[in-house]
Design a protein. Structure first.
Length: 212
């Protein structure tokens, strides 16, 4: 074999090897992006269930308190639960929208930026959903008792007010703790799926060509 032929053969071999390496990198990228999508889908599933729960609460409680217009303590119970249902619904919708705008075809840095938005929105939703939940149990309990025929407000309104005060105090305490123990709260609020997705994306940015 002449020198020219040998050089051409080496060039062809180099080209094939470069093509195979690029193909392997592309396959590794797709595997990691698939893992990222799977984890984000789990997060979206949870928010979809929360949206359904919030919508069901709003649809169920609205006719209940409207029919009792004039019985103002029952109306207050209903509006409190209605507001809590709306909070669940709205925070779920906002998180789902933040997830929907993720574009995995963009550069890793941009996907990371979008994922940070999802993280912030999730922390916000978890914080205020938890804070509201520590008060929402009060109208839920007393509305349930009234629906069952035992309207405590009519005989002992102080019991309702004491429990409402306790609920508001617990909500205030939870809000304070969520900021006082910010790192712990945010880590727990984010959840395993989103943490794993962020770790996967960070690994992809730092070592995109490394084999899994």
């Amino acid at each position: 074999m002449e020198l020219t032929e040998l050089q051409n053969a080496w060039r062809q071999l180099d080209t094939r090897l470069a093509g195979l390496e690029a193909q392997a990198r592309e396959q590794r990228l797709h595997r990691r992006l698939d893992a990222l999508r799977s984890r984000i889908r789990l997060l979206g599933l949870g928010q979809g269930l929360q949206l359904l729960a919030g919508a069901a609460l709003v649809v169920t409680i609205a006719p209940w308190w409207i029919e009792r217009w004039g019985q103002w303590h029952l109306v207050a119970y209903g509006i409190g639960l209605h507001a809590y249902g709306l909070l669940l619904l709205i925070t779920a919708v906002v998180q789902l929208l933040a997830i929907a705008i993720l574009d995995y075809r963009q550069p890793v840095a941009k996907v990371q930026k979008r994922l940070l938005l999802v993280r912030r929105v999730r922390i916000w939703g978890e914080r205020w959903g938890l804070v509201a939940g520590f008060t929402a149990w009060v109208p839920a309990v007393f509305a349930g008792l009234a629906w069952g025929g035992w309207d405590i407000w009519l005989s002992r309104p102080s019991v309702v007010l004491i429990n409402l005060g306790a609920g508001l105090a617990m909500s205030a305490g939870v809000a304070w703790l969520s900021y006082r123990c910010r790192d712990w709260f945010e880590r727990e609020a984010v959840g395993g799926s989103l943490r794993a997705a962020q770790q996967e994306l960070a690994a992809l940015e730092q070592a995109p060509d490394r084999a899994d």
